[in-house]
Design a protein around this ligand. Sequence first.
Ligand code: AMP
Length: 423
Amino acid sequence: MSFNNLGLSAPLLKAVKEQGYSEPTPIQKQAIPVILDRKDILAGAQTGTGKTAGFTLPMLELLSRSKHTKAKAHHVRALILTPTRELAAQVAESVEVYGKHLPFKSCVIFGGVKINPQIVKLRKGMDIVIATPGRLLDHMNQKTIDLSKVDFLILDEADRMLDMGFINDIRKILEVLPKQKQTLLFSATYSDEIKKLSDRLLNSPTLIEVARRNTASETVKQAIYPVDKVRKRELLTHLIKEGKWKQVLVFSRTKHGANRLAGQLETDGISAVAIHGNKSQNARTKALADFKKGEVRVLVATDIAARGIDIDQLPHVVNYELPNVSEDYVHRIGRTGRAGNEGEAISLVCVDENEYLANIEKLIKKDIPKVWLKGFKPDPSIKAEPINQGGGGRGRGGNSRNRPRNKPSQGGSTSRGNSNRRR
Ligand code: AMP
């Protein structure tokens, strides 16, 4: 099936072609015609399935078909809510890319940056607004946005929004939206909370579910490099230089560790930058942009900072330390091998981490091949020591809004105990 049969008009087909997509992904095949039919949908789809184009393309199509083709001052026609700033920025980028040949105005609204430039943009009216719930509420309170004319509401990664404690914010936002609208809810998991939210929000929704992307086994080539802890940095530098890697995302368990490693790699002559919750939003956005453009070779990130980061054709992911939560391993390696591209995920594992490794292999139901690199074989006399969680790897983006409301900030907490997080 090609994009031509989905009911999209020429400006959108042109944009899709320019992106080099030859055929729609399963979520796009299923969702686009249903959305164009003006139905609400509840879609189970993870990042990496092409879900963003799955809702953006038909949304743009319907906006262009509508007789009210322009947003009036302060008004918003389509509202996309996302849990994190990174995801908001990425969705906004997709809206621009796919809407390139259409005359729509869009803007992204999230916290951590000045509110005034956002107010100026909103004043003119926006066809599409992509927002995180917290900052959107600020605008609602200041009456700098009018959501009474919203025709489309899209909740992206709804499970994560609930997981991050945004339910009250979402409720307040829903209250000011018109009853008559089309609503699309995307979630990677179906918990009772999601069910409740969808029952309340959606009108006879069409259920769409695409196969869970089994990132751990399909396109990602995985390997474990056993190595002593003190030699990890040397091994990483060796792998990057020998392999002539140009773009590698490295996961660190703590914010402090991420900073230190980026600095050390720079000392080794490899351009590197760290992103984590202690950095300002502008610094994070810039780091990500430089990395995407290939100006920085290594991006060192903590799990939370890296959530939702979408980099086309990212060839290498390295776990400098294994995550203590096994599911995070699957998220991490899912950053590579996107949309059918080959990817490689390498984990540098010291003796302390063997238990983490065993848990991960149990979760993904397979043994990950080990590579014993000459010159880096671990010293067998070194015994395992307990791992210091380092307080910070679990930081939630440094934004108080990003913390679960019902719990204090968790700092270095190690347990999640919440099945919603399994995405
Ligand atoms: P998403 O699930 O929306 O985060 O998208 C994951 C990645 O797939 C993005 O980098 C998109 O650019 C890419 N993508 C989306 N649709 C297609 C398609 N039909 N063919 C190839 N790549 C696609």
